[in-house]
Design a protein around this ligand. Sequence first.
Ligand SMILES: [Mn+2]
Length: 340
Amino acid sequence: MAFVFRRWRVLLVLIVLAVGGLMNFWTKCSTRSVQVAGPDAPADVKRPRGNVTAQGPSVSHEVLLKRLSSLEDVVYRQLNGLSKSLGLIEGFGGGDKGSLPATLSPAEESDAKHLREKYGYNAYLSDRISLDRNIPDHRPNKCRKVSYPRDLPQISLIFIFVNEALSVILRSVHSAVNHTPAHLLKEIVLVDDNSDDEQLKAPLEEYVNKRYPGLVKIVRNQKREGLIRARIEGWKVATAEVTGFFDAHVEFTPSWAEPVLARIKEDHKRIILPSIDNIKHETFEVERYENSGHGYSWELWCMYISPPKQWWEEGDMSAPIRQVNFTYTIVVARVRYQLN
Ligand SMILES: [Mn+2]
């Protein structure tokens, strides 16, 4: 009985100490936020940038806040200044409703028409959609529950483009960085197969070098080589164990890389084609495509084909579909092993 009473007493003392500590912490925090924001700005309103005064008992705390504030400044300039100078949007915001903006002025309509004819998709709308937009995750439910080892081979992502809209290329790059685990993404290689568009020269180069220092390599073909030779040029500068080839008008979903790299780690002779949805060229809405095999019609048009009977019978929508060819322009292969 005495033992139980002693335990209760200890528990009570601990609770009093915890509540006291919490009160103390809360008081300090609320004092600090008033000091930082100043008398005219409530704590939840955006703080003035780079203008924090060091006062109060804890100097290291103030120094830390000051450093955070200047870091915030750098990040702010880096993130928004860079894209704004190109007329593009990063982070949240932008017309990402999966459809055209509600109303366009006649001048905007004519710009939209002009860009649509130039690029074959609604590049005017693309410029108004955030480079970091979130797209729906259409994976089968089971895919979300699978966990993968951290120790997977690294990948180099190679994007080929010719006169692609800058915002579309940059959204491919942003999306790749946002949705590929940093420790698995060795580099991004952009292969320009001899574009004429001036925006794809210095502006593209400056942007990626400042935005993703050391991550992006740009290869410029001196004459138009065509898709396959352009891919080989990109492969020559890629240094990761695994290489992925993509068009430069793609977006990635979370956890796209882990299953691909895990399958290649199991067997380095595998070539993987991830499941692909459709980005509609007029609205940029993402349309779900069913899992399917790929093949050719007798006229050699690429087409989706139903997975083999055995795949259906196993009833696992997350299982890979074995196929002998790739009609799409997206493959991931452990090329170095195959050639060495
Ligand atoms: Mn394509």
